[in-house]
Ligand binder design. Sequence first.
Ligand code: ZN
Ligand code: ZN
Length: 643
Amino acid sequence: MGKSYSSTTCIEQLTTLCSKGLIKEAFGRFKSDLWSDPSLFSHLLQACIPRKSLSLGKQLHSLIITSGCSSDKFVSNHLLNLYSKIGDLKSASTLFGHLPRRNIMSCNILINGFVQKGDLGCAQKVFDEMPERNVATWNAMVTGLVQFEYNEEGLGLFSEMHELGFSPDEFTLGSVLRGCAGLRGLSAGCEVHAYVVKCGFEFNLVVGSSLAHMYMKSGSLVDGEKVIKSMPIRNVVAWNTLIAGKAQNGQSEGVLDQYNMMKIAGFRPDKVTFVSVLSSCSELATLGQGQQIHAEAIKAGASSVVAVISTLISMYSRCGCLEDSLKAFRECEGADVVLWSSVISAYGFHGRGEEAIKLFEQMEQEGLEANDVTFLSLLYACSHCGMKEKGIELFDLMVQKYGLKPKLEHYTCVVDLLGRSGCLEEAEAMIRSMPVKADAIIWKTLLSACKIHKNADMARRIGQDVLRQDPEDSASYVLLSNIHASARRWQDVSEVRTAMRDRKVKKEPGISWLEIKNKVYQFRMGENCLPQYMAIDLYLKELRSEMKLHGYVPDTGSVLHDMDNEEKEYDLAHHSEKLAIAFALINTPEGVPVRVMKNLRVCIDCHVAIKYISQIKNREIIVRDASRFHHFKHGKCSCGDYW
Ligand code: ZN
Ligand code: ZN
């Protein structure tokens, strides 16, 4: 009794020393027969995993050999596990090759090691050569395939496993459902759901959350919610699944409700929760709420996580507070390429191209290597500032110096860049010759450029391409019709309108919103049940006369409907962003900047009108539309009429 107690204490002390890397000290202090006990090494090896130190592993390895414990199967599996976890698959494979007796356990360890390294080929080889497998073996392989988005292969392996008579556990089912989510395969997902119910895993926490995630990722939010609501107990993962599902399906208001309910239910939000909730604040541009969640993230100790900081940078930028974006970035020590890209993108979004490029240069000086996301942010910044030469230079740098393959998004930025600066032919040539397949967005980008440069001939030619790619997109019809209208091609205008009517395409309604004292107010054209509608209407009427005195002329040319001029003017005057701005001017004290968000692009008339309003009322007005930020001040806009 006494002896075993003392040897346990010895093992504990030795383990502590070794896990601190003090092997020599340990060896010097305990020169007893302990060193020939295999169970000691099993302990030591396990204790050393968190240190992830290869030299420590190698030292232990040679000790094991000299002590004669290397033929013990537990010791060798622990050693194999240590090498795998550290990521030294070469040493792991050599050791595996010399094992006198390999068992399922050793093979599973090696497969997991290869999977973690992303070397699925080697993992598969070990898997194929195994004479015998268990559920953990299948799990390792299925999880690995799904993790690297070989979803179909993962599901295929699952069927094979099932046919061979293995019963899946919660981890298998979790991976399989993630595979279905990755494929957005609702029918495969439903089959697995039925199977889950049959096996009785319906109320399992891991499986339940994966099931909900699968539904939500496939766009079926209601079914996902049903699964979560039927779970007898929920954990943080289940709450996060629900919150992220709402965020991804565009139900930003629902996100905040669920977040509050989660806290009421006694759960502490974690970094995953904060990323989802902050993204929703960013989507809704609810600055007040965003600041509150930021404070809560600090309190929860999640504000130094890269993903959270990156979301904060983008949230502040999208709420119109570029300074706070920069502050969130500066407060973080040792920013990585993700954060640099986020802050570069924030500057681009606000049309501050020069500064975005300066940041990029600083990033290079700090020895960080830009990736395709960084270049996308840079190209975006250039295209929004009309910096054509610089943009083309960066595109070449990306391809030639960095050896990165441009994606469709990069080409879209360059087409935008060329198009805005009037090089329409070049832009079209680029679309027709690029190695990736063109989508509706890139064609629409060129179409917008045709509008800016009044090239109705090209618009007519490429209009077909645009409408073929996305016949449901109302914005393209409106754009095309406007181009023809300003070139006075009434025949073309009526053709576009007929096509739109025939295909039953509805114009997406314009919605503007703003936040005052943490409350969000929404405005739509023609909705006169708003609070203070009468006051807004009157205010706009007075404002309009004052604007006209300053030289404002309503641009009725961009109104699509068939109506007389007076009606058109009334219509224009009640665009949602004008309603929102009037509401803000009535309800906020002088000198406070007005921040308004819009789901579509600001129309030409509103853009002109807001310039006058900013001057007459001496207010800074910040409008975020579908494509960028407009900072209106003293009768000018930061976009330089490029949008
Ligand atoms: Zn408008
Ligand atoms: Zn503007």
